[in-house]
Each structure stands twice: as structure tokens, then as C-alpha cells.
Write a protein that binds this ligand. Sequence first.
Ligand SMILES: *Cc1c(COP(=O)(O)O)cnc(C)c1O
Length: 394
Amino acid sequence: MSAVWSRLGVARIVNAKGPATRLSGPPLHPQVAAAMAEAAQSCVDMLALQARASEIITGHTGAEAALVTSGAAAGLLLGAAACATGLDPAAMARLPAIAPGGRCEVVMVRSQRNQYDHALRTAGLRIVEVGLPDRFAGAGCRDAEPWEIAAAISAQTACVHYVADARARPPLEAVIEVAHRHGVPVLVDAAAQLPPRANLRRFVAAGADLVAFSGGKAIGGPQASGILCGRRDLIAAAALQLLDMDYPDGLFAPPPAFIDAAELPGLPPHGIGRPCKVGKEQIAGLLVALERFAAGDEAAEHATRVALLERLAAALEGLPADLELRRDLPVPLLALTPHAFDAGVLVRRLAATAPPVHVDPEETDQGRVLLNPMCLLPEDEAILVERLRAALQP
Ligand SMILES: *Cc1c(COP(=O)(O)O)cnc(C)c1O
């Protein structure tokens, strides 16, 4: 299974962190990998493939249309570009420059600023921040309020950007209400909001105009895949700025349900999203992964993950560390607090073994290491126990 890595002289890792881009995304189910290998062996019209992917994804999200992207961050770039240009090919050709009087701003709650908002700026938009995140500073209990979003919206606003998270304020519904009252779309970053599977539909159902998901996280698709779904006109604008537009006269003939060519005054050239190219293998793999994710038995999967962590906890019993099984999260976690040394030392000790073991370092500053079961292979369980036993010795 890891023969390719040994041929390349690169270590395969034990991934107890969960799907992360730095650690190459999730291991693919054999059906997903098989679809990618099959797709790789013949050619297809990419416009027809994306149009069909749109039909399949809308069946799982309830959106009007959808696009397979090279990741959620690419989805944010394409979504921001679509909000800036609409279906105007001249505006598409100009990005990241935006003509005077154009929609050159994105409104965003200050406490939601994050490293992925680079994608919005790459599309040419200027971020207009609102709110003061007092509750994070410890200086108070407030964050941002709908009236502050309303006050920041102007004729230059392309969209309001919202980063979905349990801690995000104001609630998405309130942000959508205020944005729509001012005629502005809402672009939601829902990259890491799965599971639960119900979230595939939740943000669209709440009225979000565009929603970006990662394909290479819980969906279990290829590492370099994602979904952008939402309003038909905005998805068409995003597709036109992603697809290769090198069409000879008369050959650009998309299905009107995906891109209505009659609405276009002309064909734009390659767009700002062209460097975010998506391969046929990614699309074929993502669609199989999405079908599997949507049809899976969520409760059974959760129980399997809890059982794995229970076996790990039992095997680690008696070692100099506190163990805490967090069962009720969308993905259960095992938190491990070493007695004899800092959690950061444990993270580094585990990563220095062969094969390297990677854990979730999010709570090392609180003395804990987190074990996430999502990307562990069956053979990893024994390795993980053995390495943790060794690494926890003082
Ligand atoms: C992972 C993540 C992204 C990026 O997703 P990719 O699919 O890797 O591009 C964006 N936003 C948030 C909140 C994420 O967690």
C-alpha cells in the first residue's frame, strides 16, 4: 500500500490528526481511488463533466447548481470572483482589477478573519472588517452585530463572507437577512463543517448564496478537491472563471441549466480561477466520495470511531498520562495529557519515530495531545499504541 512512498523515499505517516492538507488529506476508500484511476485512463469534455457534477452535487446539497473545485479555498476565490463580476465577461477579464464603481469589497466580521481570506483578496476584493471581538480579547462579551454589517454594505460590496463555526457571531441567519435586505449575496466558508452530513444542506437551506466545502476532509474525497454550490447565476460566473476557455468559434455549448450562454454578451478568456484547475480524476473521485458520505450510516460510523478510541484508551491504561474520551463531538477525540513532560514534547517525539506519528496539536498549549480516528488505517492502531507507550516514558 505504501510501496509508492518507499519507491520515492518518502515515509508514509500514521495520521492521528485527521484530514489536513499538511498531512496529505484523507486516505481514500478503494472505490474512490478506483474511480480516480479509471477516470485517468481516457479523456472527457471538462465542461460536460462539471455540468454533470453540478446535477449530482445539487441532489446532495439542495443548491441550484454546483462546481467541483480544487479545495474549499479555491471555492472561496471563485465565489468571491463570481460575486465581483456576475456574468460580465469584461469584468471577468479584468480581475483582480475592478473598474471604478465596481463591486470591489467584501464585508467580513473581524473575529472571522483567518488565513484562508487570502483567497478573497486574490480575487481582487478588499476586506471591510466589522465588529470588535471583545469576547475573544476577554474585554467584554460583544463581537459583531447585524447593524454593523448593514452599515458596512455599499454599492461597492460584492458579498458578505461568513466563516461557519459554532462560535461564529452573529448567527448565519441574521447575516443572511441583513445582506439580502441590502441586495448582497452571502458566501459561506463551510470547509470543515462536516460531519454532520446534514450540514451539506443546512447553509443552502438557510439562504446562503454560495457555500464552499472541502472535498479532502470529512467527505473523504481527493485531497485537492472541494465543492462550491449555490445560486445558479453565481455558479455559472464561477465556472466561467475556472474552466479552460480556449474554445474555437461555436464550440462552447454548455447545458443551459449549468451556464446559460444566451445570457452572456460574449465568452470571457481564461479567468482568475484558471490556476485552480481541477482534474477529471479529482471530479470522478469526489463524486464517488460524496455519494458514499451522503449514504453512509453516520451513527454506525461514530460508534466505530468511539470503539477504536476506547480500545486505544484501554491499551494506554496505566501509562503516565491522563486520558479523556470526548464521545459527543461530530468526530470523537481522545485527549491525552502526559504527566512527566510538556504535550509539545510528545508531539515532537511521536513525529520523530519511524513511521512518523502525527497527532492533533491544537491543545498542546493546554497540556493535551488529541488523537483523531478519521485517517487511521486498520494497521495503525497497534503502531500507535506501541509508539505512545514508548514516547510517554519519562
Ligand atoms: C480546511 C479549511 C479551508 C481550506 O480547505 P481546502 O479544501 O484545503 O482548500 C478553508 N477554511 C476553513 C475554515 C478550513 O478549515
